[in-house]
Design a protein. Structure first.
Length: 550
């Protein structure tokens, strides 16, 4: 339950601090006095987004702090899961800086808004007039019936499984599309791969083939040139080798006379050895030269195959062709792998479908069992609220579709009077009837919920008199199990509270401020009398106020 709230520099509130008690508390005040500001500040503590318009003084930061007594509500697992310090009296603080930046803290540990919103679901339910209209929406109706059916854990498991199921379905559709596209290309890719495989390509072979082609294609010129070089080198009288030997002999005679001559001798000896080696290599090249037209034709054909493949695939090297060959092989293998992946995914989806069906069937059966319980409880409460002939017809319809909370659809039909047909809530229920139905729903849910605090924001819209008294009694009864706040304009409800707070505006010089005050017994009599008769309070209004309070 919330034990205190402090607000600084928010909207029309400069500074406010108020303590709350357990049980049933009333908040009243004239229209525009600032009740919505109090709720807005509380909403920020619970994780709603904020902006600079929240600041009263744009030069100072806004601070809103709320204290919650949570020792009885088994919230330790939440704090451990989010790595937060657990305190029986937990403090939530929200700060909005002049820069527009917002910060949030739980027991002085910084948290993000998502963590704040998750915790707030265990602390307070603020019922607004908008929520009353949401009663006609399917998801709200399901939340009501599922609370009674105790379906929360089954639905959580179902939602986790449904997310995985939808992910698998999306992946399967993607794989099937990829397989369809691949099958269209498979025949052409197989043809391209067959061409490349048939070419028996090897890395680096193009340069070797081109060199061999040049040799064979010019064998006569090459042989003639080599033979001529050999003749010049080896001619008996005037050959290069013979002349080098003569030079060597001449230098041998003078080498002992100086280091310079000896060096020249060594160089000519080295040159003679190198030239002799060149001559031998030329002889070997000459011997290997063969005029082979058939081999030349084979090399020419292989080179033409390579050139044609390079042109087709728009590349310039054999290595590029081998890379393309590897890609095509992988592509064809991938089609086979796709089939395996599709088969495995299909099997997984079938298993998840079966599990979803089992969970949704369990949810459906518990919902069906809860329908008469909800109808009876609603009817009983609404009879005390001046609707003696009210009837509900709640149909839970099983479908083949997988919705976020199961496979059911719901029809929440309502009839307020004898002899009238059932109709959808939003079409046949008046504003006052919707308010009473929502209060009945909240009273029922309070029996199944462990929520510490519930705030009713003008749930009494459209009712008055004796019905308002009964609504107040129901809220007072609810407060035996949880902390209840009611923001109301009706004196009949205001008189039922154990504590009564008043929101009012005050003007100091040129500054207007909203304030919240806990009323004493005497002040409370005056406030309720004013609610009964207006600004001018009559004696009868005072007496009536005392009677209501008693």
């Amino acid at each position: 339950m919330i034990t205190s709230l402090s607000i600084k520099n928010y909207a029309l509130i400069e500074k406010l601090a108020i303590d709350f008690s357990k049980g049933f508390s009333i908040i009243t005040g004239e229209t525009g006095a600032g009740k919505s500001i109090i709720l807005g500040a509380l909403g920020l503590v619970l994780g709603k987004r904020a902006d600079l318009t929240s600041l009263k003084n744009k030069e100072e930061k806004c601070i809103i702090e709320a204290h919650f007594e949570i020792s009885k509500y088994n919230l330790l697992p939440f704090f451990e899961a989010n790595d937060l310090d657990y305190e029986p009296e937990t403090i939530i603080r929200r700060e909005i800086l002049p820069s527009g930046k917002s910060r949030a803290f739980i027991n002085d540990s910084p948290v993000n808004l998502q963590e704040l919103q998750e915790l707030s679901q265990f602390l307070i339910d603020i019922h607004s007039q908008q929520q009353t209209q949401e009663l006609s929406e399917e998801n709200v109706q399901f939340k009501i019936i599922d609370a009674i059916a105790n379906n929360q854990l089954d639905i959580q498991d179902y939602q986790v499984l449904l997310k995985s199921y939808k992910g698998d379905k999306a992946t399967l559709n993607s794989l099937l599309k990829k397989q369809g596209d691949s099958l269209k290309e498979q025949e052409y890719n197989a043809f391209l791969l067959e061409e490349l495989v048939a070419a028996q390509l090897k890395a680096g072979e193009q340069a070797l083939l081109e060199a061999d082609f040049e040799k064979l294609n010019n064998v006569e010129i090459i042989k003639e040139s080599i033979d001529k070089a050999l003749a010049i080198a080896n001619e008996e009288q005037l050959g290069v080798l013979n002349n080098l030997k003569e030079i060597k002999l001449s230098l041998q005679k003078i080498a002992p006379f100086s280091a310079e001559y000896h060096s020249l001798l060594e160089r000519i000896v080295s040159l003679t050895i190198e030239f002799d080696d060149i001559s031998d290599e030329l002889n070997r090249c000459s011997e290997k030269l063969v005029n082979d037209p058939e081999q030349l034709d084979l090399i020419s054909q292989k080179l033409q195959v390579i050139f044609n493949l390079q042109k087709k695939h728009q590349v310039t090297t054999v290595e590029d062709l081998l890379e393309i060959q590897n890609q095509l092989e992988n592509s064809i293998l991938e089609i086979g792998n796709l089939e395996n992946d599709i088969a495995a995914l299909t099997e997984a989806i079938q298993e998840k479908t079966l599990a979803l069906d089992i969970l949704s069937t369990s949810v459906h059966e518990k919902r069906m069992a809860s329908v008469p319980i909800l109808s009876k409880k609603l009817t009983t409460i609404l009879e005390t609220l001046g609707m003696p002939n009210v009837r509900f017809k709640i149909d839970i319809i099983a479908t083949s579709n997988y919705f976020q909370n199961g496979k059911d659809e719901i029809q929440f039909l309502f009839s307020a009077n004898k002899g009238t047909d059932f109709g959808l809530l939003k079409k046949v229920a008046s504003g006052g009837e919707m308010s009473r139905i929502m209060l009945a729903v909240k009273a029922i849910l309070a029996q199944y919920s462990k929520l510490p605090t519930l705030i009713f924001d003008e749930i009494d819209t459209g009712v008055s008199g004796e019905i308002a008294i009964r609504m107040g009694e129901i809220m007072k009864e609810m407060s035996l199990e949880m902390q209840i706040f009611a923001i109301t304009h009706l004196p009949q409800i205001a008189a039922k509270g154990l504590a009564h707070f008043k929101v009012f505006k005050s003007t100091i010089e040129d500054d207007t401020q909203s304030e919240l005050k806990l009323l004493s017994n005497e002040e409370r009599v005056v406030e309720i009398a004013q609610m009964l008769s207006g600004t001018v309070i009559s004696d009868s209004a005072l007496n009536h106020a005392k009677a209501l309070l008693n």
